[in-house]
Design a protein around this ligand. Sequence first.
Ligand code: NAG
Ligand code: NAG
Ligand code: NAG
Ligand code: NAG
Ligand code: NAG
Length: 372
Amino acid sequence: MLLSSPLCITLFVALLTCIYGNYPEGKLRTRFVPFPDKTLCRVTPGLAKHQKDLCMKKPDVTKEAIFGIKMAYRECGQQFEGHRWNCTSLMSSTGNPYANAILRRGYKETAYINALASAGVVIAVSKACRQNDLLSCSCDAKLDSIDPKPNSNKKFKWKGCSDNLQFGMKFAKLFLDKRITGTDIFSHINLHNNHVGRLVVKNSVETVCKCHGVSGSCTMKACWTKAPSISKVGLELKKKYSQAIRIEQNNSGNGRKTNNKNKKNKKVKRRRFKEKHLIVKGRKKRELLNSLVFFETSPNFCDANPMLDFGGTAGRQCNLTASGPGNCSNLCCGRGYDKIVRKRNDAICKFVWCCNVTCVDNIIEEEVTVCK
Ligand SMILES: *[C@@H]1O[C@H](CO)[C@@H](O)[C@H](O)[C@H]1NC(C)=O
Ligand SMILES: *[C@@H]1O[C@H](CO)[C@@H](O)[C@H](O)[C@H]1NC(C)=O
Ligand SMILES: *[C@@H]1O[C@H](CO)[C@@H](O)[C@H](O)[C@H]1NC(C)=O
Ligand SMILES: *[C@@H]1O[C@H](CO)[C@@H](O)[C@H](O)[C@H]1NC(C)=O
Ligand SMILES: *[C@@H]1O[C@H](CO)[C@@H](O)[C@H](O)[C@H]1NC(C)=O
């Protein structure tokens, strides 16, 4: 049989599922853990030493963490679609997640990416703990039989596999926060924004329930918790991005190293230092703790700037009638636009039993507006 169509792959997966049984969310299952591959630790460029070490110790979890960063970068592109700055080239062609120059600045955009990447790691790792059977973690079964509403008369049981958020949070912190070693404003702000990303995940954890009982009577409900989708977090952080708080430079501390006697002490001091220097006049501390913060005014992102790995908006397709950021006056920065005819292949495809898909080209010519 020629395995060349999605249908065949579906059938193949269905067959495997029949053999091995299916594992719906929320069910405990036997673990089969393949031996993790460490290649990734050697081939991924841009990792700090501690990240490489962590990768050698836990290659399977690290793989998920890097996947989480990639997922966050993709989501960034969704959230900033049509914006002048649209997250392009965050993930470099070499696979280095830290190559983009924006990450070394103190912009609102930097805050957004850092928070989202941190959230992405939490989500990917905590999900993988449940789904993929990592060596270091499993699904979170601790919630078993804890009824969140003891006084409710409905029978309600926490059961089985929740996303392991606790492990995800811990790993994200270890993987990302430990990269930040300085005591300057840049480091404090990055640590803070990483934390905000994790917080948004924590605050949007979803509870999923399934009814059990005779013919849908729901005499028993099984529930488990699930990390939010990256798009939900992306949207929430986008709101925080538009309300991000600027930290004044002279609030920045002097980068002086604290003299630490032991590790634990260092941790405490570091946190205190961070909070002390993130105080902004007229803002409530609580508000600050939940906000993205930045310290550098963003450029207008109109012209290409290789120093920022930014390609400029010239040549971008804009929308004459849209009211959002993709409208021509905003996207083209007042330079105006050209009307051009673009060819697009809207191929018509047909499935031929079994197992080929045949397509017929269907070239459409359309007039589009692009920025000068
Ligand atoms: C910056 O520092 C100066 C001198 O210490 C102080 O007068 C000023 O209020 C500070 N600005 C802000 C925004 O905190
Ligand atoms: C994002 O912006 C870059 C640079 O302005 C542009 O080359 C790219 O086509 C844009 N991507 C999308 C999806 O619009
Ligand atoms: C332009 O924006 C309008 C209004 O939001 C939308 O209906 C239309 O589909 C957009 N056109 C293109 C080419 O994206
Ligand atoms: C174009 O988009 C910008 C940014 O979203 C917005 O402020 C402006 O009002 C829009 N312009 C028009 C004509 O819709
Ligand atoms: C699928 O397409 C290939 C190439 O066009 C052809 O050789 C093959 O016989 C087709 N298979 C089926 C099952 O139609």
